[in-house]
Write a protein that binds this ligand. Structure first.
Ligand code: 5GP
Length: 197
């Protein structure tokens, strides 16, 4: 019995912990391929080109768009981010599951192109906790935190367009919930191609 590759999209407001959840879920599901995005943002300390992101300049990013090499792309807080198309298509066609961790604008573009994808919205338990997390992670200026919190209201309203919502109240529970979603999706009959019927 073989099956089609499933595209899992982890998305949600900035600072909600998508990246941490994605890393933990992939550790438990080593057979899922992570798509590495291209970005124009500067590498942070400890980040390596080709591991966290493909770090490119604006001209290179424009070229990726012009050559239709991105499955989706978006401007997220003044930097461009995009999902390389070929990696995703190649793996899905091989029956390999793929995971994207992207913002909400990007998730909408993927939904238009890959409606069979599994869209998982990671939500903060409440806005106060999100505010504390953004401060604690120390990546953002006070102005940028304000901007992110203001965007969060609109972002939370977009939850209705997703297949699943996972509250990131406690990391371990959120990770287990995403793993359960993956298991359930893999068992769906529509995701199976029977070699013998
Ligand atoms: P960071 O710069 O902190 O790694 O990521 C900033 C935001 O960009 C996060 O919300 C992350 O999910 C989003 N992001 C990362 N890669 C992509 C991508 O390829 N496409 C889109 N649309 N968003 C992305």
């Amino acid at each position: 019995m073989t099956r089609k590759g499933i595209l899992f999209i982890i998305s949600g407001p900035s600072g909600v912990g998508k990246g941490t959840i994605k890393d933990a879920v992939l550790k438990k599901n080593t057979d899922i391929k992570l798509s590495i995005s291209a970005t124009t943002r500067e590498p942070r300390s400890g980040e390596t080109n080709g591991r966290e992101y493909y770090f490119v300049d604006e001209d290179q990013f424009r070229q990726l768009i012009d050559n239709d090499e991105l499955l989706e792309w978006a401007n997220v807080y003044d930097n461009m981010y995009g999902t390389p198309r070929q990696f995703v298509e190649k793996n899905l066609n091989r029956g390999q599951d793929v995971m994207l961790e992207i913002d909400i604008q990007g998730a909408f573009q993927i939904k238009a192109r890959k409606p069979d994808g599994v869209f998982i919205f990671i939500a903060p338990p409440n806005i106060e906790e999100l505010s504390v997390r953004l401060e604690e992670r120390g990546k953002d200026t006070p102005e940028s935190i304000e901007l992110r919190l203001a965007a969060c209201k609109w972002e939370m309203e977009q939850m209705k367009h997703y297949d699943y919502v996972v509250l990131n109240h406690e990391l371990e529970t959120a990770v287990d919930t995403v793993c359960s979603i993956i298991t359930a999706e893999r068992c769906k009959v529509k995701n199976l191609i029977w070699s013998v019927i």
